[in-house]
Write a protein that binds this ligand. Structure first.
Ligand code: AMP
Length: 205
């Protein structure tokens, strides 16, 4: 809380660092874009950055393509190398809205050590919660529109399993640290956005 007050005073703006976590299909991408715009934060989407590397066939993209196709997490060192400079730079400006990272307690612990040193720690963590059947329904509906190679029934099952095993423990990790805000992501997009903004308003007041 003090860190937040200090940063506001220093940059005369509503700087804030927010993590958006949730299972596949919970609306991280959609909400991330909307919130970043509403709050004037930089939207950094781990999955989008990885897909751009795969698309451009860069060495990093070639390293991660198979993991992504299988619905597995890409190695920690790769995701850290890709995200960290962007996250630290955004924190120096008006703050970040980071979606899709961290995805495991190991990633959270490693990022925290570096972010603390740089004054870039998160001020709040939003957890987008929705029932499993709604998630699957949304992902398969999105598949027909976006054509993501990992939005097929087999990979979706794997991604949900990876979420349960690797990512869900973050809910307790951030709750214990007093940063967690659970939002019901099964509601309509507009309502979810307003619920998140209401949760963040309490953080910054
Ligand atoms: P998303 O667009 O957030 O659903 O991410 C798509 C895919 O990118 C995931 O299924 C993972 O293979 C990979 N990915 C995204 N974020 C991370 C992360 N923080 N750690 C490891 N892999 C990630």
């Amino acid at each position: 809380m003090w860190g937040f007050a200090f940063r506001r005073a220093r940059c005369q703006c509503d700087a804030m660092n927010v993590l958006l976590i949730g299972p596949p299909g919970s609306g991280k991408g959609t909400q991330g874009e909307r919130l970043a715009q509403r709050l004037g934060l930089e939207h950094i989407a781990a999955g989008d950055l990885l897909r751009a590397e795969v698309e451009a066939d860069t060495p990093l993209g070639r390293q991660v393509a198979d993991y992504m196709r299988r619905g597995e997490l890409v190695p920690d060192d790769v995701i850290m190398k890709l995200l960290l400079p962007k996250v630290l730079a955004a924190a120096q400006r008006n703050g970040y809205l980071l979606d899709g990272f961290p995805r495991s307690v190991d990633q959270a612990v490693e990022a925290k050590a570096l972010a603390d040193q740089a004054g870039a720690a998160p001020d709040a963590v939003i957890y987008l919660d929705a029932p499993r059947d709604e998630l699957v329904r949304r992902i398969l509906a999105r598949a027909a529109i976006e054509g993501r190679p990992d939005d097929n029934p087999e990979t979706v099952h794997k991604r949900l399993q990876v979420f349960d095993e690797a990512t869900r423990p973050l809910v307790d990790y951030y709750r214990e640290r007093g940063l967690l805000h659970v939002v019901d992501a099964s509601k309509g997009e507009d309502e979810v956005t307003e619920d998140i903004l209401a949760a963040l308003a309490k953080v910054s007041s």
